[in-house]
Design a protein around this ligand. Structure first.
Ligand code: ARG
Length: 484
């Protein structure tokens, strides 16, 4: 930003004219170096808070009028001015200049330019320290709501896919080795459970964000007879910050949000990784939709899951956002310090990362075409060993003995180049006389799944009931067309 540009806004030198270059340099003889101005300004990024800054100022002005610090006409002029500023910002007319430092001074400067004296009265009993805390909380409250809506979209999309696959058999894994048969629905619901917890964490972070700091002033309140409760009511805050020092130095709410965001990013990353595995030739469980895939500049056959890799990779960023804010806060003396200005970009970055990831995944899931026969084939064979052991336990064998018996069966069957499903009743009986004709049914993955109807199990009827419960908490899935 050149010296020329910011002189557009006001005189460069505090004493050069009647107007100060910005509103708060009365005690200075010389203006700041442009490079200091550029380094310290938050305006390039905190412009994002403009709507919330305006809302906060309108509430503050109305309160000042109510307690007699502004005349009703002055408050009306201020509100009209701020409303006009909103229109200027939204139409692109508003001139942003680094000399204004941040969105708070930029708006106040413009207001004063527009309406003169009443504008100069607005900042009574207020500091940018409580103002920025207010704006940031108002902003984050709205953004958490919007993020939760998007997360709801992804949860709804997953539930819709799950409802179509309550009986689609696939192997469940431990150690990335085939373990026991489950269904695709059951597997997907594991993510929906994670997202339900994420949603709960965002709700909790929102509750700790929903605290009104204005009135704390710079750090120690004000002697003026302000009415904090009125501002809190105007802005629909649940609570009022009870300690003026804490009110301006607390960023725990942003940490709470970023912690929830980082964990959501980790969940999305795990999910992305599984889709990457499933759509590889090695698994072959599903086919990447063209609309979501990228090609290779060299290898003509390639269909790459870049989108999913980036969703996996961006978890690193969001974790970084959380860690960066924690490190910023660590060791910071009370109350406000400019270090705190570093809080906003971390939150913006986490939001900018998660919002499109959630929206894209919600669009992606209905378009992912699964290959049920491949999944079913992978779920048979030795994945049923536990069922056979449990068959023997149900007929009185100690579990360890059954484990060993079936272990031997697996070893010998594998050595013979067969799988458990190839065995006849006579083969089974060579290992234990407890095997009866119904043992063959235990070797059916679908039967094995249906038999695990315990709470939290993969049986279709259990999973259907769980889908209904989970769906009650998210918005109803939109009607969708699934490519076959
Ligand atoms: N731009 C500042 C921030 O983002 C606003 C508060 C500035 N207060 C101050 N005393 N410099 O935190």
């Amino acid at each position: 930003m050149s010296r020329r540009r910011h002189t557009d806004i006001s005189a460069p030198d505090a004493n050069a004219s009647g107007a100060s270059p910005n509103l708060i340099r009365g005690r200075f003889k010389r203006s700041r170096l442009p490079e200091v101005e550029a380094f310290t300004a938050s305006l390039p990024f905190d412009r994002r808070l403009y709507a919330h800054d305006l809302r906060g100022s309108i509430a503050h002005a109305r309160m000042l009028a109510k307690v007699g610090l502004l005349k009703p006409a002055e408050a009306r002029e201020i509100v009209a001015g701020l409303t006009k500023i909103r229109a200027e910002i939204e139409s692109g007319e508003f001139r942003f200049a680094l000399a204004d430092e941040d969105i708070h001074l930029a708006i106040e400067r413009r207001l004063t330019e527009m309406i003169g004296d009443p504008g100069r009265k607005l900042h009574a009993a207020r500091s940018r320290n409580d103002q920025v805390a207010l704006d940031f909380r108002l902003y984050l409250r709205d953004e958490i709501d919007s993020l939760r809506t998007r997360l709801g979209g992804l949860r709804a999309a997953l539930l819709a896919v799950a409802s179509d696959h309550v009986e689609t058999v696939m192997p469940g894994y431990t150690h990335l080795q085939r373990a026991q048969p489950v269904t695709l629905a059951h597997h997907l619901l594991a993510y929906v459970e994670m997202f339900a917890r994420d949603d709960e964490r965002f709700t909790q972070a929102r509750a700790r964000t929903d605290v009104m700091p204005l009135g704390a002033g710079a750090l120690a309140g004000s002697t003026l007879p302000i009415d904090r409760a009125m501002v809190a009511r105007e802005l629909a805050f649940a609570r009022i910050a009870e300690n003026s020092i804490d009110a301006v130095s607390d960023r725990d709410f942003a940490v709470d949000f970023l912690a929830a965001a980082a964990l959501l990013a980790v969940h999305l990353s795990r999910m992305a990784e599984e889709i990457i595995l499933w759509t590889s030739a090695e698994f072959g469980f599903a086919e990447l939709p063209d609309e979501f895939s990228t090609g290779s500049s060299m290898m003509p056959q390639k269909k790459n899951p870049d989108l999913l890799e980036l969703i996996r990779g961006k978890a690193g960023r969001v974790i970084g956002d959380l860690v960066a804010l924690l490190v910023t806060l660590k060791g910071l003396p009370l109350a406000y310090n400019s270090d705190l200005q570093e809080d906003k970009e971390r939150v913006f970055d986490a939001l900018d990362t998660l919002k499109p990831a959630l929206d894209l995944l919600a669009k992606f899931w209905p378009r992912l075409a699964f290959k049920a026969p491949v999944m079913r084939a992978a779920a048979g064979g030795f994945a049923l060993a536990t069922d056979l052991a449990e068959y023997l336990v149900a007929r009185g064998a100690p579990f360890r003995e059954a484990h060993e018996t079936i272990g031997a069966m697996v070893r010998e069957t594998a050595a013979a180049g067969q799988s458990l499903e190839d065995l006849t009743l006579n083969d089974l009986r060579r290992y234990s006389p407890k095997f009866g004709p119904d043992a063959i049914a235990a070797l059916d993955p679908a039967g094995s799944i249906a038999a695990r109807a315990l709470i939290g199990g993969p049986a279709p009827k259990t999973v259907r009931a769980r889908i209904a419960k989970l769906a009650a908490h998210v918005r109803p899935p939109r009607p969708r067309k699934r490519p076959q």
